[in-house]
Design a protein around this ligand. Structure first.
Ligand code: ZN
Length: 504
């Protein structure tokens, strides 16, 4: 498969460039890099073979951070150097190249030779289709690593009228996600190896990668730890009692110690029932319920050394607590949902039960603190808490009788672009970093998040500037307040393991 003319964004290396990308046998095998001006001049094939500016190249390649559009524009004035520079930046990420080879390449002032040494960039800086090869024209599109969502509920087994592994996978692919982590609060609970093994086996049939976090306590009852070792051996990528807080401090500490020994993360749903009158609304489920547990678990993480994830952070004080814990050296990750950075409690008056979730939507000050936390790195990642419920369940007269949660996989990227990137809070690369590299780091997944030859061909192709009206979901459920809203950044195609998982 050949993806032509895309804007390639590699959050893992903080790079962006114009180019083509080839996929073979589930892997990225070739990337041809160019900028716009070089692409326009590609009819002059010898153009790139006269390059000479090693000093320039070194300068370029040492500028490792984001290339803003303005800088890209500037590089047009030295197009040959730019080609070399891009290639050199690539060399640092290529597993095929030793530093010695890189050195030699730098000493060869010839883009074609350099490209050949790199083994992945075509000499002409454009890739031509092989016979019978599928070509995807990505003109005007961003090509990025497939998104990773560490917090989804596929309701399988037990509530498959809401979602199942298959429709969940379809929704994930439609949203640009190629890896998801399912929570353990199914019916029955994923607290035993028999169920976990069965889920892992069934997940293999789906078009995206579905991983499973196992329960911390048996039946999510918060009383007796599950068999972490056996569950890890059976494929659990982490542990969580999501949906419920762990109220026993001693047990929480023991869970952290055990997970730490296994090198796996624990994810925490932080809402203390002592401070919750009724869940799902800020006024009856105030921030203190979240803050006291976040404070506790940050300190337990600091003292146990465990890697923990504060799920769906929603309160300004909790963001500050995580910031402090990180400064103290705790291995604390925090995730924010698209609804918590997009909406406030006011949404309840418009959207009713579709704005009911745990923890609840809070104040504008909380929302701003979440955005600031995303900006300064306190909040590492964006996760959807994709929580399907049937329309009948949500359309009850009694707000508090309705189940909490909304679907999120198919609007997450667009909400990030619309509410974080377009207003200037994050760059697109930073947004993608929080939806690829950071979640992969939490779970020690492979090199997801970087576009480089040899990487798994998990990709999303989307138009960041394309407006669309949210709706028409692949999920079995449609419980979300974002339906009907105009958002930007529509997913065109999702590729997982080198196969098309979704195409619009
Ligand atoms: Zn939760």
């Amino acid at each position: 498969m050949l993806i032509k003319n895309g804007t390639l964004l590699s959050p893992g290396t903080q790079e962006q460039f114009q180019g083509d990308l080839r996929i073979q046998d589930g892997k990225i095998t070739e990337i041809a890099v160019r900028n716009t001006s070089i692409f326009i001049r590609q009819e002059r094939p010898n153009h790139v073979s006269h390059s000479s500016a090693p000093a320039e190249n070194r300068k370029y390649s040492s500028t490792s951070r984001t290339l803003t559009p303005a800088e890209s524009e500037k590089s047009i004035s030295t197009p040959n150097a730019a080609i070399l520079a891009e290639n050199m930046k690539y060399s640092s990420t290529s597993l095929a190249l030793t530093p010695a080879e890189s050195e030699k390449s730098i000493g060869t002032p010839n883009a074609a030779t350099l490209a050949e040494n790199m083994k992945y960039s075509s000499t002409s800086h454009t890739l031509t289709p092989l016979e019978g090869e599928k070509v995807i024209d990505a003109s005007g599109c961003v090509v990025a690593p497939g998104l990773i969502d560490v917090h989804v509920h596929f309701r399988d087994p037990g509530q498959t009228w809401k979602e199942d592994l298959h429709t969940g996978a379809l929704a994930a692919a439609a949203g640009g996600f190629t890896t998801v982590v399912c929570m353990a609060n199914t019916r029955p609970v994923v607290d035993n190896t028999a169920l976990l093994s069965d889920l892992c086996r069934r997940a293999e049939r789906e078009a995206v990668r579905i991983r499973f976090a196992a329960a911390v306590t048996k039946g999510l009852k918060g009383q007796e730890l599950t068999d972490f070792e056996a569950l890890a051996a059976a494929g659990a990528c982490g542990f969580t009692d999501d949906g419920f807080p762990l109220l026993d401090e001693r047990l929480a500490a023991q869970a952290m110690e055990r997970a730490h020994r296994l090198g796996l993360p624990l994810s925490f749903h932080e809402e203390h029932p002592a401070f919750i009158e009724k869940s799902g609304a800020h006024r009856t489920a105030p921030a203190i319920a979240e803050d006291i547990l976040v404070a506790r678990d940050c300190m337990l993480a600091l003292h146990t050394g465990a890697v923990i994830n504060i799920q769906h952070i929603s309160s300004a004080h909790s963001v500050a607590l995580v910031r402090t814990a990180k400064a103290l050296g705790a291995h604390v990750f925090a995730e924010a949902t698209p609804h918590h950075f997009s909406l406030t409690e006011e949404a309840i008056s418009t959207h009713g039960t579709y704005a009911k979730m745990n923890p609840p939507l809070r104040t504008e000050a909380d929302r701003q603190a979440i955005i600031e936390g995303l900006r300064d790195g306190t909040i590492d990642l964006i996760a959807t808490d994709h929580a399907p419920h049937s329309t009948a369940e949500k359309q009850t007269e009694d707000f508090f009788a309705a189940p909490s949660g909304i679907i999120g996989l198919e609007t997450a990227l667009a909400l990030g672009i619309t509410n974080l990137v377009r207003p200037g809070h994050l760059t697109l690369l930073q947004l993608l970093q929080k939806m690829t590299v950071a979640p992969a780091r939490l779970y020690s997944f492979p090199d997801y998040g970087t576009l480089a030859p040899g990487s798994d061909a998990d990709l999303v192709i989307f138009r960041p500037d394309e407006p669309f009206i949210a709706g028409g979901y692949r999920s079995k459920s449609e419980n979300t307040p974002f339906t009907g809203m105009e958002l930007y950044g529509r997913v065109r195609c999702t590729i997982c393991r080198g196969q098309i998982a979704f195409e619009r």
